[in-house]
Write a protein of this length. Structure first.
Length: 62
């Protein structure tokens, strides 16, 4: 599974970072960065939850 964050949509709500800090980190500007788009199997559920709960619908999983 892969994950991407749309920089134009992210508003820094931080729900993704709270749900899965192993995958999502807030950068210095207060928006989310994904270091590695390849999601480890053990984090897939949390990443899906983050995608569902992001108010800006900025997270895409494929
Ligand atoms: Fe941004 Fe959504 Fe996360 S707005 S900080 S991708 S919860």
């Amino acid at each position: 599974m892969k994950v991407a964050v749309d920089d134009d949509r992210c508003r820094g709500h931080g729900i993704c970072c709270a749900l899965c800090p192993e995958v999502f980190t807030l950068n210095d500007d207060g928006y989310t960065t994904v270091e590695d788009p390849e999601v480890p199997a053990e984090h897939e559920e949390a990443v899906r939850a983050a995608a569902d709960q992001c108010p800006e619908r900025a997270i895409t999983v494929t």
